[in-house]
Design a protein. Sequence first.
Length: 534
Amino acid sequence: MRTEFDYIIVGAGSAGCILANRLSENGRFEVALIEAGGSDNSIFVKMPSALAIPMNTKRYNWGFNSAPEPYLGGRVIPCYRGKGLGGSSSINGMVFVRGNPSDIDEWESLGAKGWNYKNCLPYYKKLENWDGDPGQFRGSTGPIGVGLGNKMRLSPLYQAFIDAGVEAGYPACPDYNGENQEGFGPMQMNVDGGIRASTSRAYLKPALRRNNLTVFKSTLTHRLTMENKRVTGVEVSHGGKRRNLSARRDVILSAGAIGSPQLLQLSGIGPIAVLEKVGVKPVHELAGVGENLTDHLEVFFQYECTEPITLNGKLDLFNKGLIGLRWLLFRDGLGATNHFEACGFIRSSEQKPWPDIQYHFLPGAISYDGNTAFKGHGYQVHVGPNKPASRGHVHIQSSDVGEHPEILFNYLKEEADMVDWRNTIRITRHVLKQDALSPYRGTEIQPGKDIIEDEAIDDWVRANVESAYHPTSTCRMGTAEDKMSVVNAECRVIGLEGLRVIDSSIFPSIPNGNLNAPTMMVAERAADIILNKA
């Protein structure tokens, strides 16, 4: 069994599968891809509308939770992270959002030299196979299928929501991943031929036939191996047996915003106090490892629907069976969509330089994980301000990789975040009360008509916000002069040789939108940087 490679990639998720494909593509390099989970070959992973099932299954979800959040009244918030081939791209909501161009330009302004929208746009185009109107901002030959689901044909509520946004004074936006993000329009999803377009399916599966790519499934990475300041490989276990794998060129951590800082800290790389507290010998001090944790929060703004046309009427076993059968036979219908087919990107105040509020519209009133639903017909928008000021951390709690790290987001710690939330609640209520939704609008289920004043809004938000499952920035990219930076613009860990981090943990700041698309873009561009093809 091969134990020496040119590149070792830890984590077969949104970034890792792309890197495995691109680094093995020319046949010159021996590449290993290590994944703690197993296969993603499940009907529930493939079927878009079944997303809540793998999300809530131990086989596909690491099962992380936050520590009690001090500014949410001590609430413990789930932090879903994908486990198995495809990683979080195999359990997420499949919403395809690049982020605002200004979000990417912001990365360069924070020290990530060369990581601006102009340089990143070619990689967004490279990864996508967009089935909508072509143009200079879209790609049509990439591995990831991007489309509009059922093109809103299955519910009039989608168009009513978009029309309400326009009536409220915002622009119509037919393609928020095109020239301009701001406004209301159809939402895009990484679904291809009615099937989830995960990076495992789109990138890894076509590469598996290559002799120079070895995939280690159900293999847990315990730590990095090092000689002086050079990382030489990884220590892993499979079936209870430990072994070392060595890398001639680089070890690349693609274990995500929780896993990558955890592995660095377990290997003695990180803040000295965090390492010594749990008995890990410091090898290389990097104060930023595990710090700067950022995430998106959202609430469900719900109304009763006066017409029996919502997903709440499709939740019984008979209708679920019909939806599943149609999907199995034809790969279309309600089974072929994530049901988020309309959206909006607007500003929470005139002082914001670009949009910071995101809407996902759902023609049903039901929790994201599918566990609770309104009894009757309803609709909702998932909404939240997407540029939070509050920051948290990821800290190991022992030297055992099997023990989850402490994840503390410090959600809503900063007053600026509460100001944005107050504005968001008021703006959202204004949008949802427009005439376009009048034929369908019943009673406001939540927040409720009494949630008006600042104090009431604050209390309701703190009691009801949920994570959008977009953790990022725990190994942020920047310069060596910035003591909180972890990797440089080539994704190399600062002060070490032979080690890179390439995943959502290196984002210098969180974009306005879901994180899967920018994570894939980062992996595509980083692969070219590694291969000197940038």
